[in-house]
Design a protein. Structure first.
Length: 197
């Protein structure tokens, strides 16, 4: 149960860079405020929820055992995804790198999980059922996935999907407004991990 926050509201789709900044700041604030908490006291509500290695293995298994007609239909996309397997390898290296710290992370950082006031300023995060130990890249990555595009993640018209660069930097700056003092130098570099497209 949560206390009722008077005059608060939620947003379904991020419409401005300022909204992205405010939401990212609230998720950064959430993790920073809980920085002294023993992460081992948290229950794992969704095991391997943001485990990229597991998701990639599931993808490969689906290619091996899935519907052959559907696999043929998306051959180009499959090859494109396989061409980015180096990201999975980099993720595995991150898990082994002591410069990456596990912290209390939200794991579901979509914009509708932030309460805003009437002036579009962030108030707090809600929906805490996915709070678990994790890495900052899980929360920031989920924000990137859901804030950078001008349409909902449920959108079926792919022509409406685009990446808004100014929203990217709003997320980075909003999150770092609280987490800059908590993140290691190595972690900060991974806001801009170079990948081949």
């Amino acid at each position: 149960m949560f206390p009722f926050v008077k005059d608060s509201n939620t947003i379904d789709v991020v419409q401005t860079p300022q909204q992205a900044f405010e939401a990212a700041a609230q998720f950064g604030r959430f993790t920073r405020v809980l920085s002294g908490m023993n992460i081992n006291s948290l229950n794992i509500t969704l095991p391997s929820f943001h485990d990229l290695g597991l998701r990639y293995r599931q993808f490969l298994e689906a290619l091996e055992h899935g519907n052959s007609d559907r696999i043929i239909e998306v051959t180009g996309l499959v090859q494109q995804l396989k061409g980015h397997a180096d990201i999975v390898s980099e993720y595995d290296r991150i898990l082994q790198n002591s410069a990456f710290r596990q912290r209390v992370t939200h794991h579901d950082t979509k914009i509708s999980n932030v309460l805003f006031d009437k002036d579009n300023k962030g108030l707090c995060v809600i929906d805490l059922d996915t709070v678990m130990p994790g890495y900052f890249i899980s929360d920031v990555g989920d924000m990137m996935r859901t804030y950078l595009c001008p349409v909902s993640e449920e959108e079926k018209d792919f022509s409406k999907i685009e990446i808004r660069e100014d929203f990217y930097f709003a997320i980075v700056n909003g999150y770092k407004s609280f987490m800059d003092v908590e993140l290691t130098a190595t972690e900060k570099q991974y806001f801009f991990m170079p990948v081949s497209l």
